[in-house]
Write a protein that binds this ligand. Sequence first.
Ligand SMILES: C=CC1=C(C)c2cc3[nH]c(cc4nc(cc5[nH]c(cc1n2)c(C)c5CCC(=O)O)C(CCC(=O)O)=C4C)c(C)c3C=C
Ligand SMILES: [Fe+2]
Ligand SMILES: [Fe+2]
Length: 363
Amino acid sequence: MSENPKQRSFGRFWAKAKQTERFIPWPEAFNKGRVGVVLSNLGTPDAPTAPAIKRYLKEFLSDSRVIEIPKLLWWPILNGPILLARPRKLVPRYASVWMPEGSPLMVYTQRQAQLVKQLFVARGMDVQVEVGMRYGNPSIGDAIKRLDSQGCDHILIVPMYPQYASSTTATVVDEVARVLGKMRDQPALRFIKRFHTDPRFISTLGNQIARFWGAEGRPQKLVMSFHGLPQQCVDLGDPYCRDSYETARALANYLGLADDQYLVTFQSRFGPTKWLEPYTEPTLKRLAEEGVTEVDVVCPGFLADCLETLEEIQVEVRETFMHAGGKQFRYIPALNDNAEWIESFADLIDTHLQGWPVKTKQS
Ligand SMILES: C=CC1=C(C)c2cc3[nH]c(cc4nc(cc5[nH]c(cc1n2)c(C)c5CCC(=O)O)C(CCC(=O)O)=C4C)c(C)c3C=C
Ligand SMILES: [Fe+2]
Ligand SMILES: [Fe+2]
């Protein structure tokens, strides 16, 4: 019997469809309408080697949300002195914090994603969670592609920064828009802008500090060190500085600290321009010189420990403080995979999923 021409053309269509990257078999195609979450952190080199660090820095420092000087001026500086010298200088610093599973920023971000996902499963919720780093791997594009292939057409983007800054939060939004600009069937989309005074964030970090003090005793001063930002960004309207002070005040209130029991400082200055002050390292030097010999440092802008906390604070700043006469310097770790934080983070994310088809096992 001869083949029906209609059947033949369907056969050709089917064979071609199966070859395409986005082919979804029929049963799964009906499983659309799921909900996905992208946890987006800064990103980090793939290895503590000069080529890997160079690749990472090139992508990071080519972002016009991060370096706000005209590209034509910046290009020779970046590709000249910075990318020729900085990667090699950073190798021993990254190597000193590297964990068996990889860069701490990556390891703790992946753990948070895994644990939050497990908690959603335990709560009977159908929510996929993927990590999408702003720079390096896995990228935001990778995360969205993975969610899309799992049938998620509702996506919540969670920039992992409690305080909003254009150079961190806004650039995640830019990148998501760029990725979605290439999609025909786009997902429904939401973003978390900030959670710098969210009671769940403040109480979890506050409890982490209080537990530390319960076991080890209180210091003379608590230093809350936030990542810095060029002063010019704040002058142009970036709310990051105000957000940081609001986090600090909420944390101090939660812990019952008087104004003279804590300080706010800004770390990780990059380049010669004026950044937010007071700078962390000179402040700690001054404190030691003035006779404050016992300090604890916490970094409430970082949800995961990384180079900037484990090396810059825990090694470099500690050394400066001790050389200036300090006797006791303790770094209180970031929330990382703290079980209470995983619960709080899942609750915070859940608040932003309201009204979306987060199917329960019963339904
Ligand atoms: C927590 C919020 C962060 C803000 C705000 C931020 C602004 C900012 N950073 C740079 C330049 C660098 N930052 C670097 C490392 C780094 N920065 C953050 C977070 C914020 N940055 C993190 C979590 C990390 C650690 C990454 C890791 O791999 O562990 C670096 C790389 C290291 C180095 O070369 O010193 C640079 C460079 C600018 C210019 C900026 C605001 C404009
Ligand atoms: Fe930074
Ligand atoms: Fe640094």
